[in-house]
Ligand binder design. Structure first.
Ligand SMILES: *Cc1c(COP(=O)(O)O)cnc(C)c1O
Length: 465
């Protein structure tokens, strides 16, 4: 399998090259040059596979011979051995045809562990073979940071710099990042918002010269491996509730459009999906796109679901690439326009194509609180504030076929909102341990890319300078 840029103007890369890179040189994101497709018969044959067995089936076609199956099998097994539930991604039935897919049983209690436990290990495997050390730079609105840090803290070939918006992530989220005591981990608290952090990271990948010979690797969902690993649970959950005989819908709390794009890839691979529901909070650029064909940037505002406080969704570009039949020139000119004017819209034909599979919903903070309360009272289930936006999105739909709501975080990560909603506070699971007693380590920097670059340059200690 080769990987090509969404902007059509960069050389094709192998899987291993894509694992160890960030943005394509033309500013685009990498996509597989073809999408593997499975028949209903093949998919039904997977009903009895365990999560890790299914992961192999889904991932091998994207990796090919580049990583031997014995190694891949071990990497997959190790990646999910740190999950605290025997099913890894258990389904919880809320009511008839309405299920919650719990994706928060990993080490940092958010769905990002699914991809980052795997990415950290596969990177280390590749770097060990190449005898190469790299720098990872990432931006986080809360959960990517801790998941990436957990996934990479023992990787001796990686030095990781994680940017988070100062004061804009929850206490638990921050402590999960800043209390990890590994010399290769650097937390940078930026005086700005998530989009500022993400812009800086993109800019650094676009102009990586400051890092000298050292290669910069992305762990944000611009890295294809993140998307690939997330495709697995769409198949896994759908098979559990009657797929491929029944069409299934998924409601997905969405920020950077990575998770739901994995669902879109699952449908391209043959999984019969009825609808993918994009659930947003009050930062609703995606909702405005899917209802009014208006993808226009507004300021980010802080909400009760901070991991979705994003305006510019990186992976939206991958969707444009698919909707425009992989025409890199078209995507490139749309993205240029967006950079210049802060807005874009698509042709009528492309918009209709998008609506064949996507719909969207937005929930403000009051609705989030109400949904958490109602779900607790009616279904005896405590949902986290991100998951609540997705529960809200299926409130009004007619449930003739199964709907699966992706639960992206454990409610105990957001105690203040849960307390406000239902008057009690879920406990942090035991395995999180004494987060609140540990010493925190981070460096505060202003919202200035030169300062950040200098910091990274001065403080990275890898041998291959
Ligand atoms: C990251 C995150 C999201 C958004 O996922 P995207 O892939 O960025 O769309 C939603 N909920 C939680 C809890 C997250 O951590």
């Amino acid at each position: 399998m080769k990987y090509i840029s969404t902007r059509g103007n960069s050389p094709a890369l192998s899987f291993i090259e894509v694992v160890t890179s960030g943005l394509a040189k033309d500013g685009g994101l990498y996509m597989p040059d073809s999408v593997p497709n499975f028949s209903n018969k093949e998919i039904s044959g997977w009903k009895h596979l365990s999560y890790t067995e299914l992961a192999e089936k889904i991932m091998i076609p994207y990796i090919g011979e580049e990583i031997k199956t014995v190694y891949l099998r071990k990497i997959i097994k190790d990646s999910y051995s740190e999950f605290h539930h025997p099913e890894i991604a258990p389904l919880h039935k809320l009511s008839d045809n309405k299920y919650v897919l719990e994706l928060f049983h990993g080490p940092t209690m958010a769905f990002k562990d699914f991809a980052l436990q795997f990415l950290g290990r596969i990177l280390n495997h590749v770097l060990e073979n190449k005898k190469e050390d790299v720098i990872i730079i990432g931006a986080t609105s809360g959960d990517t940071g801790s998941a990436a840090i957990e996934g990479c803290k023992n990787c001796k070939h990686i030095e990781l710099f994680m940017l988070h918006p100062h004061g804009k992530v929850s206490d638990v989220q921050r402590k999960q990042m800043t209390t990890v005591d590994s010399p290769n981990i650097h937390n940078l608290a930026i005086e700005g918002n998530f989009d500022d952090c993400q812009d800086m990271v993109k800019e650094m990948f676009f102009h990586p010269e400051f890092a000298g010979k050292r290669r910069l690797v992305a762990v944000n969902s611009i890295n294809w491996v993140r998307i690939m690993a997330q495709i697995v649970y769409y198949f896994y959950a759908a098979l559990k509730v009657g797929s491929p005989e029944h069409k299934i819908s998924f409601a997905v709390p969405t920020g950077n459009f990575g998770d739901i794009f994995a669902g879109y890839m699952a449908s391209k691979m043959g999984l019969p999906i009825e609808k993918l529901i994009v659930a947003t909070n009050k930062n609703d650029i995606l909702h405005r796109f899917f209802t009014k064909n208006d993808y226009s940037k507004k300021g980010v505002s802080q909400s009760y679901s901070p991991s979705m406080d994003i305006q510019v969704s990186s992976n939206f570009e991958r969707l444009l690439f698919e909707l425009y039949d992989r025409d890199g020139k078209e995507v490139s000119s749309l993205m240029d326009k967006f950079k210049l004017e802060g807005k874009l819209s698509v042709t009528k034909e492309v918009f209709e194509k998008a609506l064949n599979i996507f719909s969207s919903h937005t929930a403000n903070d009051d609705e989030i609180v109400n949904i958490i309360k109602n779900t607790y009272e009616n279904n005896n289930y405590i949902s986290d504030p991100h998951t609540a936006t997705a529960i809200s999105s299926v409130k009004e739909v007619n449930l003739k076929e199964p709907h699966i709501i992706l639960a992206t975080s454990h409610p105990a990560k957001f105690p203040a909102v849960i307390e406000k909603s239902i008057g009690l506070c879920p406990n942090l699971p035991d395995y999180i341990g004494s987060l609140f007693e540990k010493e925190e380590k981070f460096t505060k920097l202003s919202n200035n890319i030169e300062e950040v670059k200098k910091y990274i340059k001065d403080s990275s200690s890898l041998s291959s300078h």
